[in-house]
Design a protein around this ligand. Sequence first.
Ligand SMILES: *Cc1c(COP(=O)(O)O)cnc(C)c1O
Length: 361
Amino acid sequence: MPKDIRPQPGILDITLYQGGDSSIAGQREAIKLSSNENPLGPSDRAVEAFRRAGHTLHRYPSSSHAALRAAIGGVYGLDPDRIICGAGSDEVISFLCQAYAGPGDEVLHTEHGFAMYRISALGAGATPVSVPERRRTVDVDAVLAACGARTRLVFIANPANPTGTMLDAATVARLADGVPAHTLLVLDGAYAEYADVPDGALELATARPNVMVTRTFSKIHGLGGLRVGWGHGPRAVIDVLNRLRGPFNLSTAQQDAAEAAILDREHLERCRTENARLRAWLTAGLREIGVPCDDSQANFVLARFDGAAEAEACDAHLKQCGLIVRRVGSYGLPGCLRITVGDEPACRRVVHAIAQFKGLR
Ligand SMILES: *Cc1c(COP(=O)(O)O)cnc(C)c1O
C-alpha cells in the first residue's frame, strides 16, 4: 500500500460483495438458484423497449427520468416528484449513506441483513452496527433499543434477504413510530411484490418525514442485468439524494425497459402467482425430507442443516448435480443454504438432490 496515497477511513474495512456463483467448473448446463433471479425472465415488452433504445445510443438519456417516475407513480399511486431512480436500488442505498451518514455516525442493520447496507455505510465513513435478530426475524424492540443519538440510518429489508421472513404492517408501523426523529428508517422492498400481504411501507414513506422505501426491477421484474431501482420518500430527502445523483445515471435503455416492465402488470401477476405456488411446493418438499425452513415471503427459501459442515457437504452434492445455491455463512447463517425458487423442474431437481444427500433416495 503506498503510504502517501490513502483512501478515506472505512474503505479498507469493506469486504467485496460476493454475488451468487453462476457456473460450476466442468458443468455446462448448471441451474442457477443462487441470486434470486426470476426464472420467467423479464416482460417481452421490456426486452422490446431495450432493443428499440439501441437506435438512440448517440443521444444522452433523460436526466429527470420523468417518464419512468410517472409510470411508477401511476402504478403505486405515488407522487412522481417523490420518487428517485438509481442504477439498481444499490445506488439509492449508497446515496442514502453518502447523504446522511459520515464519520462518527451509526448505520443500523440487522444480524442477517443484506450485505450492501454495511458496505455502503463503510463507504460513507460511517459505522455499521449489527442488531441481533430473533429466530431469523428482525426484532423491532432490539432495533429500537439500539437507536441512539448517533444513529442516522436504519436499514430493514422486508421481506428480508437471506431469511425470507417478514414483519407485518402493524409491526413495521410500530418500528416507524419508534425510531427517533433524527433517524431515517429505510424499508428495502426488493421482494415486496412477492409477499402475500403488503407491509404498508409505501404509505409510511408517503406519510412520515423520516421513512424511505427502496424498490428494484432486479427481482420480480426479472431485470437484474438492467440495473434499475427506485426510492420513494419525503420530498426533502428525495431533493437531497438528487443532488448526489449523477445526471445521467440511467441510460435510455434502462429507463425505457424499466418503464415497459412496470406497466406490464400481467407479467408481474404471472410471476407472483407462479412463485407463490412453487415456493409453497419447495417449502413443503424440504420439510418432508427433514430439512426445516421458515415460511418465506420472497422468491427464495432458506434451508437449515445440522451445522456448517452439513450445509457445505450438501452444497457440494448439489453442485455435482448441476445445481447452484447460495451459501450464507457471511450472513451469520453457516448452517443454511439459500435456494431461489426456480421453475418447476428446477424445484423438483433441488428437492430430489437434497433427499439423495440425506440418504432418502
Ligand atoms: C437484490 C436485493 C436488492 C436489489 O439490488 P439491486 O441493486 O436493485 O439489484 C436490494 N436489497 C435486497 C435485500 C436485495 O436482496
